[in-house]
Design a protein around this ligand. Structure first.
Ligand SMILES: Cc1ncc(COP(=O)(O)O)c(C=O)c1O
Length: 466
């Protein structure tokens, strides 16, 4: 049958109509299928996306874009789909997807170790590497290494910390009850010491001063006294394998541990032969303006756990430490099918190249200062609402005065932000927003986000009639 070709304007119209109906159909199809996901998975938004670039995520079906100041919970530090990361993945994908680490030695892993040693790891003592897939898996492996090395059973963690959702890591987690509810009894041998969270200090009788605005804050150091009490009442140093800490509390409220607190922990670990483990899953890969937040305190941990930002969105995690802390683990006791996957290692190489070649650490420091300044303006403008602005680099938090604004205020602000096309996350049991832009964010994007945030606080305030 002879079909006449449509005229150009008509062809364009047909194309647009087909494209639109195809996309809207797929949009509702996707939402329909996602309804069958386990109800325990929460959802902050209800749009469908399959495209993101830089600081933005696109909802093509509704022709909208969202400024992403969540970075997929601190993962896409180099922005979504950074061209150097995408190219590294594309180049690798055609060559080798899976080269199992117990069976072969694959090139991307060797290249990654070389780049980590040369550019990323800040102390020569940290010379041995282990790779896994998720943050929780890497934390668990670090604990196993510490137990193998010390032949001791117990671990000290800090109140408000988050280390994952597996059985072992939820036992190490005390940020929110939801992560452990209904799961007792948990892994034994875990003891909880207070984190130096000055704004809600559980040690100092007068927690009136603002929280460690910076890593140099004037902490009362009472949390160290409590830790030493723990040694006398709950776990002796001789049975303590490891002290595990996030240098900036993540899920617990974006609270930097003061430098002198970290230094004191280091000397306690040295005195008693306890393994110092830094969980840098969320703080790593440029988030605080350095590759790792430990660099701010000058303290070198024995084992450092990394994940999230390492591969810009592909699942990869790792532990780095001095060889002496890993060589006591018997061959075969650590590992996994996918750990250090070839594609993920290639993505990590692309990530390091992008960070290095585009000065992203410097940008994170500069934009972190700028964003902090703008958030402090908001604090000044809303003194009855905002109690604290804190963090390090581009890992910043705005904590509202929980007693005055009431439960749910920070979630209301985040919901308002979504209406204004800004993605934000809350954190901690207090009314706190975390601000996590890509580390290559521009000043213009920071200004857009802060202006929206300001508007959203006004709206939430009006809603609760403060
Ligand atoms: C500090 C910290 N440790 C561990 C984890 C667990 O990482 P994953 O979710 O990749 O298992 C997270 C995740 O948010 C984290 O922030």
């Amino acid at each position: 049958m002879f079909i006449r070709r449509a005229s150009r304007p008509l062809r364009n119209l047909q194309y647009v109509t087909q494209k639109y109906s195809k996309e809207t159909a797929s949009h509702s199809y996707v939402l329909d299928q996602i309804k069958d996901l386990a109800p325990a998975i929460s959802h902050q938004t209800n749009f469908v996306t399959d495209r993101a670039q830089g600081s933005y995520i696109y909802d093509d079906a509704n022709n909208e874009k969202y400024l992403d100041f969540t970075c997929g919970i601190g993962v896409t530090n180099t922005g979504h789909c950074h061209p150097k990361v995408v190219k590294a993945i594309q180049d690798q994908a055609g060559k080798l997807l899976h080269g199992q680490v117990n069976i072969v030695n694959h090139a991307p892993m060797g290249t990654l170790i070389g780049k980590l040693k040369e550019k990323v790891i800040f102390d020569k003592k940290l010379d041995t590497f282990f790779f896994a897939n998720s943050g929780a898996e890497a934390v668990e492996n670090a604990i196993k290494m510490a137990k193998h090395y010390t032949k001791r059973t117990n671990v000290i963690v800090f109140q408000g910390s988050f280390h994952g959702r597996t059985v072992a890591t939820m036992s190490l987690t005390t940020s929110k009850i939801i992560y452990r509810v209904g799961q007792q009894p948990l892994m034994s041998g875990v003891h909880v010491a207070p984190f130096p969270y000055c704004h809600h200090c559980v040690c100092n009788s007068k927690p009136s001063h603002t929280c460690g605005d910076r890593i140099e804050s004037d902490c009362c150091m009472d949390p160290i006294k409590h830790l030493k009490t723990l040694f006398k009442q709950q776990t002796s140093p001789q049975e303590t394998a490891a002290i595990l800490i996030e240098p900036v509390l993540g899920e617990g409220g974006y609270v930097p541990a003061p430098k002198k607190f970290m230094q004191e922990l280091r000397s306690i670990c040295d005195e008693h032969g306890i393994v110092f483990i830094a969980d840098e899953v969320q703080t790593g890969f440029g988030r605080t303006g350095k590759y790792f937040a430990m660099e701010h305190s000058g303290v070198v941990p024995d084992l450092l756990v990394m994940a999230k930002g390492i591969a810009s969105g592909l699942p990869l995690s790792g532990v780095v430490g001095n060889k002496k802390f890993m060589e006591k683990s018997p061959v075969g006791s650590l590992g996994g099918t996918y750990g250090g996957n070839a594609l993920a290692c290639a993505a990590a190489c692309g990530t390091i190249d992008a960070i290095e070649e585009e000065g992203m650490l410097e940008n994170a420091t500069k934009m972190g200062e700028y964003l902090r300044g703008r958030l402090n303006e908001i604090k000044k403008k809303h003194p009855s609402l905002v109690g604290d602005v804190r963090g390090e680099g581009l890992m910043l938090a705005v904590e509202f005065k929980s007693e005055d604004v009431g439960y749910g205020f920070s979630s209301a602000v985040a919901k308002n932000a979504l209406k204004h096309k800004l993605l934000l996350l809350t954190t901690s049991i207090y009314e706190t927003l975390r601000i996590i832009p890509p580390i290559n964010v521009s000043k213009e994007e920071v200004d857009i986000a802060v202006d929206i945030l300001d508007k959203c606080i006004e709206e939430a305030k009006a809603d609760i009639k403060l």
